[in-house]
Design a protein around this ligand. Sequence first.
Ligand code: HEC
Length: 99
Amino acid sequence: MKRILLALLTAILCASPMLEAAQPERGRLLYDTVCRHCHFTEIHFRVASKVRSMDDLQRYVWVWSGELGLPWTDEDIADVASYLNRTYYRLPAAEPPKP
Ligand code: HEC
């Protein structure tokens, strides 16, 4: 069921016309749908956060989406990382270069 919802959500969001840059709002929807139920906000604030850079953050998002068996594209991962960075981490060089 969750998978169907996610596929639907992804399809709707992918139909959106602005796909050039990472879209934190889109990332928020994805994160809220499949990640938040397990995380408390605090996990992203903890002192011992393992995230030190945007690369770390993207890697974490990639690992977790793989862990959950989600069919996320590079774009989905960039959007979620961008959302998490904007909302919690505030790391420098937030936007990874887009091809
Ligand atoms: C099954 C529960 C669970 C789900 C679902 C989950 N996470 Fe996590 N997440 C955790 C736990 C527990 C940790 C801390 C463990 C660790 O550091 O490896 C963590 C750590 C993280 C961190 C690093 C936090 C930090 O600052 O050190 C990121 C980023 C993250 N998760 C992103 C995601 C994303 C994105 C998703 C959705 C694709 C997701 N998680 C889904 C349980 C979950």
